[in-house]
Design a protein around this ligand. Structure first.
Ligand SMILES: Cc1ncc(COP(=O)(O)O)c(C=O)c1O
Length: 430
């Protein structure tokens, strides 16, 4: 059943959108149905008319909308101390210690930033400051996304920003080996030897490359998952050439699959993580191995914002209280099963992939070919939203990105709505 959007809400939406960049209007499914968020509760976004929208675009809110415990901690801190510039606080010290103790051996310091893009800037600066003047060139993988700032664009390919500023980007790109289908039990896999060969050959001839940037599971380009063992093999090659490795774990690290790091076998020298510790405020951490921080001549600022530190402290408490390392993998199996069944049932869904509590359904356009697949995916996400389920949408895919606290009824409900939405589209197309 479709949710009802009142004329009042539509008018309020128009008023709220009046002074925003026009691009906002065209890209947002919510904008197209003029849905205006007023508040949130757990897995639900609540609009001005009181419609409850099951939110499966929750990368940034892994504990749900307005989680009570986190809100209480923020309110308490807000009455005490906000930003302290460069003055240290016991809270900041405690948060840094907690984060460092979660990281692999060799990391002994971290810094906090306001967003993933900013944390990537810091990682790139520290890495570039640690390599010699002749080795500052970056190698990255096609399909990566690291943010929208100029530095993070250096390593991103999946970004409108890169298309706008291609001329000054001299990053060396190598293909990401990724299967079209990647659910537990899927047998289709890709051969990663071509990529490994390209990396080997390139590093033999190009001495200007000193840094490799990885997005271990490519999120924004649609849950790109390399075959098992790939990162460990790549790591060996990079090590032979003394290349510093930055792992961007902003999206897929942070317990999305139950662990802090999505690909620990990459053994990064610098790591950036993640939406979970920011829990909706955007706070991200950057950490570098001791050898790197000692070698680096870059001076990067750190945010001593006590509200940001509070959210990280409270988020880490929630990870423990909710037993996410234990519970997320169980729910992830349910999500992958549901995606598998959906793919099997609908000929419009040609591929499905999942990594922890993140799944994608890849659409065929006209039911048999890829023509118009992007507009079909957008139409599906929009039809789902009209029925009370919010999804993310990238290219020809709809992404299912629930909170880390999603339960079985929540998953069932989401796939029920998705089913209705797809049936409605199929009926419309005749
Ligand atoms: C892998 C990855 N890196 C970096 C970023 C940039 O993070 P932010 O949007 O917080 O700047 C994103 C955002 O989605 C991301 O997915």
């Amino acid at each position: 059943m479709k949710i009802q959007i009142s004329e009042q809400q539509r008018a309020a939406w128009e008023k709220a959108a009046q002074y925003l960049l026009p691009s906002f209007r065209h890209n947002e499914q919510a904008g197209q149905i003029q849905l205006l968020a007023e508040r949130g509760e757990g897995n639900y976004l609540i609009d001005l008319d009181g419609n409850h929208i099951l939110d499966f675009n929750m990368l940034k809110n892994p504990f749900g909308h307005a989680p009570e415990r986190l809100a209480a901690r923020l309110a308490e801190q807000a009455g005490k101390l906000w930003d302290t510039e460069d003055v240290l606080s016991p809270l900041m010290g405690r948060v840094a210690e907690r984060l460092v103790k979660l990281l692999p051996e060799g990391f002994s310091s971290i810094s906090l930033y306001a967003s993933g893009s900013e944390a990537m800037e810091a990682a790139l600066s520290v890495a570039r400051g640690a390599v010699s003047a002749r080795r500052k060139r970056i190698m990255a993988m096609e399909g990566n996304y690291h943010g929208w700032t100029f530095g993070s664009l250096l390593a991103s390919t999946n970004s409108a920003g890169r298309r706008t500023h291609p001329s000054w980007l001299s990053t060396v790109l190598v293909p990401m080996p990724r299967s079209l289908d990647a659910l537990p039990g899927d047998t289709s896999s890709v051969d990663s030897s071509a990529t490994l060969d390209v990396v080997k050959q390139t590093l033999k001839t190009d001495n200007s490359i000193g840094i490799f940037v990885a997005e271990p599971i490519q999120m924004t380009s649609g849950v790109g998952i390399p075959p098992q063992g790939f990162w460990a093999e790549l790591r060996e090659i990079l090590q032979e050439h003394d290349i510093l490795v930055i792992s961007d774990e902003v999206s897929t690290g942070g317990w999305r699959n139950g662990s802090l790091l999505a690909a620990p076998e990459l053994q990064p020298d610098l790591v950036v993580f993640c939406k979970t510790i920011g829990a909706g405020l955007g706070t991200c951490a950057m950490a570098a191995r001791n050898e790197v921080t000692q070698r680096s001549r870059a001076s990067v600022p750190m945010r001593h914002n006590q509200l940001a530190a509070t959210i990280v402290d409270a988020a880490l408490d929630e990870v423990n209280r909710l037993e996410l390392p234990l519970k997320v993998p169980t729910m992830a199996v349910r999500l992958a099963d549901a995606a598998r069944n959906f793919r099997a049932k609908h000929r419009w869904i040609c591929h499905a992939r999942a990594f922890g509590l993140l799944a994608t359904l890849d659409l065929l356009g006209d039911g048999t070919t890829r023509q118009d697949a992007e507009s079909r995916a957008f139409a599906l996400a929009r039809a789902a939203l009209e029925r009370g389920l919010r999804l993310a949408c990238v290219g020809s895919q709809v992404l299912l990105l629930p909170t880390l606290i999603i339960d079985e009824p929540g998953l069932e409900k989401a796939f029920g709505i998705l089913e209705d939405a797809l049936q409605a589209l199929e009926a419309d197309s005749g």
